[in-house]
Ligand binder design. Structure first.
Ligand SMILES: *Cc1c(COP(=O)(O)O)cnc(C)c1O
Length: 485
């Protein structure tokens, strides 16, 4: 594949400007200070507009995305997102709003619409999760986790608690222990048993030094923690806080609220559950919600209502942890989520959860004859299989399965995670795939299971239909060769 620089021809232009009205000298000498002048021309490719459009369109066609085919990536919801939300995010009144609008700070009338969206969104997310208040600032899920842990630390500092430890189950998303460590906590891993947290092991680890427990529920095996109430009660008994990783909320939307399960802090990934595609590096939004006792510590500014009904940005919170992101977060992502939630309504959101759980259980039941289910019972929004039998008998690994699925037009599911399952293949079909698409996944997986018995070499050579074949991922990560030669 040529790079755009290979296509460059001297003098070729995509855009031409009319000649300047002022002489060149004015730009070069009179108006610009010498240190601001370029010493040599910028090294830009010289190409026509059509070259640029075709180049990037062709590049995009070598990529897989959720607009191309199913993307059943466990633990990182990759569902189709409705396009009407994009139209709403593009409305000029929102898209053109400048965050430095001077009136915004004092709460003038020019930004009331945007403030209303932030304010109402806070209330909608409170209704969905049972929390008391939210901040929309965090820019990603992991950023929300860090914010949540900073809130946890502020709470304990304020109470005069000396706590240094955060407990994280072994099935947790990797960002959980990382965020706790960055926030300054030591981390201890709680083992699971039959796919859920081992309550006795957990209770033995609880002590006065425990600041909090970070959990995903349903966990990354797609299982709802049956002991969740006991887990929260035991944490609260030592004044530890319960942290809920709500990155993938599809499983319980409209059905269960984290606050009712005893959680004190929640982060959500609007860019997974609520109408912004995840992946590709952003923009994301990881709002954090808290129960009443943590509200004083939330980041500033907070959107507040005056007596006359107008909204303003309130900076007057003495115990706030301060800013965690510039301005108000990724407003466009919040706006899309707001539109999505209002469009679906309470019934629609509940249907999201029902369909997501139904789809995962459908795959569990249909694939079980060929692929061992890690913990074979009713799952929530995702289901974990193991290729350990195929690996032992035929030398076909989870990686081979993932690579072979690419040739069938599916993005690979998550593999080798959660770490507690050998040769894990973790599938989250999501609520947006039709039964025909789910059946196509089943067919592909059945074909792969048969191939594993009859012709393992065929699977080792997958994928065949992609611009590049099987890569050495470890080398690509450890010795990245990014230079164009
Ligand atoms: C995706 C995800 C995260 C991290 O979210 P980012 O926006 O990628 O930082 C955290 N926890 C879980 C369970 C996730 O699926």
């Amino acid at each position: 594949m040529k790079t755009i620089f290979d296509m460059s021809r001297p003098g070729r232009r995509g855009v031409t400007f009319p000649p300047p009205l002022l002489p060149d000298a004015c730009f070069q000498e009179a108006c610009l200070a010498p240190e601001l002048l370029r010493e040599k021309p910028a090294e830009l490719p010289e190409v026509a507009e059509i070259d640029v459009v075709r180049h990037f369109t062709n590049l995009s066609r070598q990529n897989f995305g959720v607009d191309v085919g199913p993307y059943p990536l466990g633990s990182c919801t990759m569902k189709y997102n409705p396009k009407f939300t994009e139209d709403i995010a593009r409305l000029p009144g929102f898209a053109g709003l400048h965050p430095m609008l001077p009136q915004l700070r004092r709460g003038g009338l020019l930004a009331q619409g945007a403030l209303e969206v932030l304010h109402e969104m806070e209330q909608l997310l409170c209704a969905i999760t049972g929390m008391r208040a939210y901040t929309m600032q965090p820019l990603a899920g992991a950023h929300g986790e860090l914010t949540g842990l900073m809130l946890m630390a502020a709470y304990h500092r304020h109470r005069g608690n000396h706590k240094s430890l955060v407990l994280v189950p072994d099935s947790a998303h990797g960002t959980n222990p990382a965020s706790a460590a960055i926030a300054g906590y030591s981390v201890r891993t709680v083992p699971s048993r039959d796919g859920v947290m081992d309550f006795e092991a957990y209770r033995a680890m609880l002590g006065p030094e425990v600041a909090g427990v970070m959990m995903t529920n349903p966990n990354t095996l797609g299982l709802f923690e049956p002991d969740i109430k006991r887990i929260s009660e035991a944490a609260h008994a030592v004044d530890a806080l319960m942290y809920y990783d709500g990155a993938n909320l599809n499983a319980i939307l409209g059905i269960a609220k984290p606050a009712d399960l005893g959680f004190d802090i929640v982060h959500l990934n609007l860019h997974k559950t609520f109408a912004t595609p995840h992946g590709g590096g952003g923009p994301g939004s990881g709002p954090v919600g808290v129960v009443a006792k943590l509200e004083p510590f939330l980041p500033i500014s907070r959107v507040a209502r005056r007596e006359d009904g107008t909204l303003f940005l309130d900076y007057d919170h003495a115990h706030s942890i301060g800013y965690v992101a510039p301005f108000y977060g990724n407003f466009g992502v919040v706006l899309k989520a707001y539109a999505y939630i209002l469009a679906l309504g309470g019934e629609g959101l509940k249907r999201v959860a029902e369909d997501a759980v139904l789809a995962a259980n459908y795959l569990r039941a249909r694939l079980a004859p060929q692929w061992r289910v890690a913990v074979d019972r009713m799952c929530m929004h995702e289901v974990v299989f193991s290729a350990a039998d195929q690996a032992a008998q035929h030398g076909v690994t989870a990686m081979d399965v993932a690579k072979a699925l690419i040739d069938f037009g599916f993005h690979p599911p998550t593999v080798y995670f959660p770490l507690v399952v050998k040769e894990a293949i973790m599938i989250e079909p999501t609520e947006t795939e039709s039964k025909e698409n789910l059946d196509a996944i089943v067919e592909a997986m059945a074909f792969i299971a048969k191939k594993a018995q009859e012709d393992p070499a065929w699977l080792h050579a997958a994928p065949r239909g992609t611009p590049v074949g099987r890569l050495d991922e470890v080398r690509a990560a450890r010795q990245p060769d990014l230079a164009q030669r």
